[in-house]
Design a protein around this ligand. Structure first.
Ligand SMILES: [Mn+2]
Length: 471
């Protein structure tokens, strides 16, 4: 439960920053799965929840930027609502719990918006990622659904991001609560993974940990022995001795804050020689990158610290050759790590990207690179105290990519393709933690989750021992 004054203060700050006009912030609706009344679990829009707190579908909030007044549009529960979903608190009380005194029936929303437009003041809204909200805008405002995002208000987008990306102590505490759930999810996986189990047998129960905490997963769980497929949501493989399994998952708390943590486990319970050397390359890169984080340092530079650490370690292994710094400048490391080092995290697992990915991560003189790998970096600009950023380097052995680079002779001065071909099958490794930028440096958030190879192996071995004793 977050105090009502927190939401009132956020709205007042936004109104002051934006200055004039009416700010329109629609919440999310329930999304149907396969027919209208059978819907997916509800997930509120991040910006609506940040300013209006309520985790209920079908609401709309407005903030008058001139007067600072806020309105919530929704209806009082009907007897039908009570019959089907049980006794409900009154809408007026819910609005009061987030500091809003003015509740208005949804039928009056159009008049409210038109009254503002008639006075010649701007109506300001964010880009809408849900099609039903774009359709609602079409019928409310007469803007064709396909044009809605083009008419989003740049000043509002910047003001909301400036506010949402810098986390308060209350928000950091909520994120750490989500990471505590992540810890349960990861320890469960470490204690359960073994040869012969199907990925889905573990992934389904990992989600159970998130649900049992009172929240849910913050995004679909990635749990796969094909970790080289970066966003593999299938869980369709049987885990075999000698496999590595990438487990990238997160929780969302009942207050709407996320975690996003990745660990990579040896299915056998012990890393073999090649797995260990590649794992240590990734872990070394993650620790070096975290160490480089402090206010004012561009996250692009932190990404390059990780890239250089991976290139250096892979050169020691013999998979890369030549000067590691030159290899990174040429983009050769991206054969192994084709993604960016991390992203903002908060109420959304990619915080702020629902508003605009480039506005979150670029600007301040930073432009997105076109180089393969670096072009996938979502955040480049200098770090600011209060930001929470994921740090998630990886190393992957992607057969199709290796083949393509080999036949095109891409970066051949830096890659030992002959040795590399014998590594196809190792799969992928990623290690991710959530890091707060503090006033002078950084802090890795949450309770610690084993990531040193011997710590991961110890958790797995202890669980295996217990299983044997119970047999
Ligand atoms: Mn992530």
């Amino acid at each position: 439960m977050i105090d009502s004054a927190v939401f009132a203060t956020r709205r007042a700050q936004l109104a002051e920053r934006v200055g004039d006009g009416l700010i329109l912030l629609p919440g999310n609706e329930l999304s149907p799965m396969n027919y209208a009344d059978n819907h997916y679990g509800f997930r509120q829009d991040g910006s609506f929840r940040y300013y209006f707190g309520l985790n209920i579908p079908g609401l709309v909030g407005t903030i008058d930027a001139n007067s600072g007044e806020a309105y919530l549009f929704g209806h009082e529960p009907t007897i039908d609502d009570v019959v089907w979903t049980g006794p409900q608190p009154s809408f007026r009380d819910l609005a009061a719990s987030v500091g809003v005194g003015q509740t208005v029936p949804p039928a009056l929303l159009q008049d409210h918006l038109e009254a503002a437009i008639d006075t010649g003041r701007p109506l300001r809204f964010l880009p809408q990622y849900r099609p039903e909200n774009r359709l609602a805008f079409e019928s409310l405002l007469g803007i064709p659904a396909g044009d809605v995002n083009g008419r989003a208000d740049r000043g509002l987008m910047e003001a909301v991001l400036k506010q949402r990306l810098v986390k308060s102590d209350v928000e950091i505490a909520e994120i750490e609560r989500a990471i505590a759930v992540s810890r349960d999810m990861h320890l469960f996986a470490m204690r359960t993974v073994r040869p012969g189990l199907w990925e889905r047998e573990v992934a389904g129960r990992i989600r159970g940990e998130a649900l049992a905490s009172g929240g849910d997963v913050s995004f679909p769980i990635i749990f796969s022995v094909h970790g080289e497929v970066l966003h593999n949501h299938a869980w369709a493989n049987r885990m075999e001795d000698g496999d590595l399994v990438v487990h990238d998952s997160g929780a969302v708390t009942d207050t709407g804050y996320c975690s996003d943590i990745t660990r990579t486990l040896p299915v056998s319970g012990r890393f073999d020689g090649r797995q260990r050397s590649a794992y240590e390359a990734v872990l070394g890169a993650q620790l070096a990158a975290i160490d480089a984080m402090k206010p004012g340092v561009p996250f692009r530079d932190v990404h390059l610290v990780a890239a250089l650490a991976i290139a250096s370690a892979l050169t020691d292994i013999g998979l890369m050759k030549g000067d590691p710094a030159e290899a990174v400048a040429a983009g050769a490391h991206a054969l192994f790590m084709p993604h960016g080092l991390g992203h903002m995290m908060g109420m959304d697992v990619h915080d702020g990207e629902a508003i605009d990915e480039d506005l979150v991560g670029y600007g301040d003189g930073f432009e997105r690179s076109t180089q393969f790998g670096l072009s996938a970096l979502r955040l480049a600009r200098p770090l600011v105290p209060g930001w929470v950023v994921t740090v998630e380097p990886g190393a992957y052995f992607i057969p199709e990519l290796i083949q393509r680079w080999r036949s095109a002779r891409t970066c051949e001065d830096f890659i030992n393709f002959d040795l590399l071909e014998s590594w196809v099958g190792v799969g992928g490794i990623r290690i991710e933690d959530d890091v707060l930028v503090t006033d002078d440096a950084h802090r890795v958030l949450g309770p610690s989750i084993p990531k040193q190879p011997h710590d991961v192996e110890a958790v797995m071995a202890e669980a295996a021992d217990r299983r044997h004793r119970e047999c």
